[in-house]
Design a protein around this ligand. Structure first.
Ligand code: PEP
Ligand code: MG
Length: 591
């Protein structure tokens, strides 16, 4: 009998996937560990021997180069390193580790390095201890070779895989071309981190909260990832595969149904409209949904355009990119958010200082206002592109009205310059702000006087209201978008925007949940902006509800004393919608 191996985690992005695991190292200092099947042990040992030979050759090359440039004495250390690698004892120990523990070569070398360090550190005398680095260093080169080869092999291949890693990061989700990623699973990671945002946006099923998963995986092991339920099944049997295929077929039927109706407007049964826009991270996202299905781009996260390159994009490059997005969307608005880097959104070519508390530090608009050259280039490119579509500007991480005024002054200055230089730019470009920092909730009445619209970045607003880092998996259980404080803040924001007669939408991840989108409509928000994948569900839900129902739902959420009460109210509405749908159109319920 085959024992089922289902690991329960936390669902981050919906969808089903069946395929081979590929373990990835992301983040510094993490060496992936995975189990090796008995029949693959010898191949793993061969990989290790190959990497030792490569490292040895590399040391010889370095020795020759340094010897030529600086003399033989200086080059001596490379010879010593080579001798360390040639020590048969160390290699034998690493091979034994692979055989006995049935783990990959990388993990065996890391264990050898740890042991060497421990032994040397326990010895008497500073000069002996300093020698540790010399003993461990050549094995570090072996480790680099192993990992580099592993990476090259997968990058140059064509297979589709399920990426598995210790931590969910944006780097992991963009490790391979998205068509090649069937799913992503990670031991840790926040459900509202930017890695999670990308997975949802790319439509890649994703599960996190799987401690010690990597130790149970083998490279290439077959997995069934259920992004709906938040589970990962190791080595599914034929019965499971059949079940998977059946569920996938049902999902596809549902998706086809949603697609068929997604072009209809999101208007309630009694005529109230919710503007439904999309969040876009990359120009390639534009191909993932038909333009007619949405009311515009509610959030263009420009930092991901920057993150895809090896140096800052020039004004011309940015202009071309923004123009492409604007032209693609035609008369539908494109909300371009100025660069929002910092925390886990780092540019490889722009190192921000190490901060003890990056979420409260140098990020978003704070960087743009300090490094105004970057902002000016971006605004110039955006303004030039504005002649080719309907542009709105959105400022991230705003804390005070002074910041808004500062950007407006720069914006006007840039516009004057461009006009003087003979460029064309649209006349009235609405400027809005993200509501992400609690300070803006409390001062919204005055901010609304000076901005044209607002967009709630609930991913950040939740972290700042609750004092819970969205990227820290130690506290991810406390990251609760349905905490009464968050729900009341949302209702307060919607009411302030209504009073000021300014459009207000929510572009954070919670808007992608269709029942929550209805609650936002009931609170008084005029729109939501969601990952393309969620357009169909949200619009269908709006069309299946009345504005009274949406208001009642919003009322229940705002009166809830616990988040469990709020979630229960949302579930109740989902059940009602489901029953209604099944009654009117059998066979169209959720998969
Ligand atoms: C948010 O904070 O909700 C948001 C939309 O911005 P990001 O997720 O990019 O921080
Ligand atoms: Mg944000």
């Amino acid at each position: 009998m085959v024992t089922k191996r289902i690991v329960n985690g936390v669902s981050v992005a919906p969808g089903l996937a069946l395929g081979a695991a590929h373990v990835v190292r992301t983040g510094s200092g993490t060496v992936p560990t995975w189990s090796v099947a008995a029949e693959d042990v010898e191949r793993e040992i061969e990989r290790l021997r190959g990497a030792v030979a490569d490292a040895s050759l590399e040391l010889t090359r370095q020795q020759e180069a340094v010897s030529k440039a600086s003399g033989e004495q200086e080059a001596g250390i490379f010879g010593v390193h080579r001798m360390v690698l040639e020590d048969p004892g160390a290699l034998k120990r690493a091979i034994e580790t692979i055989r006995e523990q049935r783990i990959n070569a990388e993990a065996a070398v890391q264990s050898l390095i740890d042991r060497l360090r421990q032994t040397m550190q326990s010895m008497e005398g500073e000069s002996v201890r300093n020698f540790t680095a010399d003993l461990a260093e050549p094995w570090g080169i072996v480790l680099d070779y192993l990992m580099q080869k592993n990476r090259e092999r997968i990058l140059s291949g064509e297979s589709t895989v399920i990426l598995a890693a210790k931590e969910l990061t944006p780097k992991l989700v963009t490790y391979l071309a998205r068509e090649r990623i069937l799913a992503v699973v990670a031991e840790t990671g926040g459900g509202f981190s930017h890695g999670a945002v990308l997975a949802r946006s790319f439509g890649i099923p994703c599960v996190v909260g799987l401690p010690n998963l990597l130790a149970r995986l083998e490279q290439g092991m077959k997995l069934w990832v259920d992004g709906d339920a938040g589970t990962v099944q190791l080595r599914p049997g034929q019965e499971d595969v059949d079940l998977f295929l059946e569920r996938r077929a049902r999902r596809e039927t549902r998706q086809a149904y949603l697609q068929l109706h997604a072009g209809l407007p999101a208007v309630t049964s009694d005529g109230e409209e919710l503007v439904v826009e999309v969040n876009v991270e990359s120009v390639r996202d534009l191909d993932t949904f038909p333009r007619e299905h949405c009311d515009g781009v509610g959030l263009l996260r420009t930092e991901f355009l920057y993150m895809e390159r090896t140096q800052f994009p020039s004004e011309e490059e940015q202009y071309r990119l923004y123009r492409r997005v604007l032209e693609h969307m035609g008369d539908k608005a494109v909300t371009l958010r100025t660069l929002d880097i910092g925390c886990d959104k780092q540019l490889p070519y722009f190192k921000t200082p190490q901060e003890p508390n990056p979420a409260l530090g140098w990020r978003g608009l704070r960087i743009s206002l300090e490094w105004q050259d970057l902002l000016r280039v971006q605004l110039r490119a955006a303004l030039r592109a504005s002649a080719h579509g309907s542009l709105r500007l959105l400022l991230p991480m705003v804390t005070s009205i002074e910041e808004v005024r500062a950007v407006r002054a720069i914006f006007n200055d840039v516009r004057c310059q461009l006009v003087e230089q003979g460029y064309e730019a649209a006349e009235d470009i609405p400027v809005g702000i993200m509501i992400e920092v609690p300070a803006t909730v409390f001062t919204l009445d005055t901010l609304l006087v000076e901005v044209d619209f607002i967009s709630v970045g609930s991913n950040d607003l939740v972290q700042y209201i609750l004092a819970v880092d969205r990227d820290n998996s130690l506290v991810s259980k406390l990251y609760d978008p349905y905490h009464p404080a968050v729900l009341r803040a949302l209702a307060q924001i919607a009411a302030a925007a209504r009073a000021a007669r300014k459009p207000a939408s929510v572009c954070g991840e919670l808007a992608g949940d269709y029942a929550t989108a209805l609650a936002l409509l009931g609170m008084g928000f005029s729109g939501v902006s969601v990952a393309p994948n969620f357009l169909g569900e949200v619009k269908l839900a709006v069309r299946g509800t009345s504005s009274t129902e949406a208001r009642e739902l919003a009322g229940s959420l705002c009166q809830a004393t616990t988040s469990a009460d709020a979630v229960e109210a949302l579930q109740r509405l989902k059940r009602t919608l489901h029953e209604r749908r099944v009654a009117s159109e059998p066979g169209t319920g959720r998969a």
